[in-house]
Structure formats: C-alpha cells, structure tokens
Write a protein that binds this ligand. Structure first.
Ligand SMILES: [Zn+2]
Length: 218
C-alpha cells in the first residue's frame, strides 16, 4: 500500500467503514481537483487504481494545458475572463475549426462545461457511410463520460452557419439522459447567442423514471 502511494504521487488510499477506494488529487496554478475512485463502482481495488492513475495523468495534462491556454489568452487578447479558466465559447469555436466534415462542409463545435469546471470539447465527425457520422455534442459528452465526469452545467454549440445550430434529436436525448438540467447555449457564425434548458428542447422526454414506473406496476 505504502509502495503504491509513493509510486503514484497524488493518489492515496481510503479505507473507512463505508468507503473503500483511491483518492486522486492534483494541484496546478492554485487550483485543486480531486476525485474518489470507489472499488465498488470500478469493479475492485486493482481496476479502481488503474482508472485513478489514468484519471490523474490526464488531469495533470489537462491542468497544464489549461494554464498554458490561460497564459496564451491573457497575452493575446488581454481578456482577464479567459486567463482564469477555460472559456467554453472560445473552445467551442476552436473545436469547430477542427471538424471533420468533408461531405457536408457543415462544421460544428461543442464545449461541455462540467460542474468541476473542466471543459470537454467535440466536433462533428463525418463518415462516407453517412449513417456513422456523429455530432459534436455527443463527441464532447462521450469524451467527458469516458473520463469519469458525471455532472454537467452547460454545453456551448457553435457552427459555421448564419442560423443557430440546434442539437439533433439524438443529441437532445443523450444530453437529457446524462444532464437533465443542462443549459444549452447556441452561437451562430456572427457570435450571437441563445440559451435554453434541455427540458425546453426535449419536453416530455423518455427517461429512466419511465422504466422504474413500468417495473413498479408489475
Ligand atoms: Zn446531434
């Protein structure tokens, strides 16, 4: 145990009467981020440790990028707003420029803001089969979920269109499944913006509560 604690700096073990897991902590530029990897959630002690190590390596990398981005933004634009945190609008626009959209030429970028302040970006990725194409919103959401994030505040969606790019039905459902209170902010190419609650975009959504009701009635 001590050996592992030494080897993986920033990861410690918690074994209390009700909690068994690895506690990850990282500091950068005065910012602290922490997360518990519970054995029961990640399928055992070894699996939880592996996940914790991966999370920490990624977290340190992300915090380094963030402070680099902060410095870059501060020196380039002088906007203090960008120097403290990752600006989701700027990140969504940046992601949009990297869109893989050779068929439609319709580029979309998304930036998903987690409750922790982390931001995950995504852009649309088109397939020549068309049906395998995936939207920017779900790329950002699935990236965040696969990295262990579960609480989301806002998603910013921007495109190279005159019009606002509303999320498609599949993306609305995916957002509702994992972030039923999320704010959806849309930007057009001129930088004008509109915001909606996801429940406004997908009223009467099917959710896990429908499944509970069904099984309860049997
Ligand atoms: Zn979509």
């Amino acid at each position: 145990m001590k050996k592992q604690e030494k080897k993986y700096r920033g990861i410690s073990r918690i074994d209390s009467h009700d909690t068994h897991g690895w506690f990850v902590r990282a500091y950068k530029s005065g910012k602290t981020t922490s997360k518990l990897f519970s054995d029961s959630i990640f399928g055992g002690k070894e699996q939880a440790l592996k996940k914790a190590i991966m999370f920490r390596e990624d977290l340190v990398q992300r915090l380094q990028n963030e402070s680099r981005l902060g410095n870059l933004n501060a020196s380039e634009s002088g906007k203090k707003r960008l120097s403290k945190t990752q600006d989701p609008i700027a990140l969504a626009k940046k992601a949009m420029k990297e869109a893989i959209a050779p068929y439609s030429k319709f580029k979309v970028g998304a930036a998903l803001v987690c409750r922790s302040g982390e931001v995950y970006t995504g852009h649309n990725i088109e397939s020549p089969s068309y049906s395998l194409t995936i939207c920017a919103e779900r790329v950002a959401l699935f990236k965040a979920l696969s990295e262990g994030s579960r609480e989301f505040k806002e998603i910013v969606i921007t495109s190279n269109s005159e019009d606002f790019c509303f999320p498609c039905g599949a993306c609305r459902q995916s957002l509702m499944d994992f972030a039923p209170n999320i704010k959806v902010t849309l930007l057009n190419k001129h930088g004008e913006q509109k915001s909606f609650k996801i429940e406004k975009l997908l009223p009467n959504a099917f959710s896990k509560s429908n499944l509970k009701r069904k099984s309860a009635s049997k």
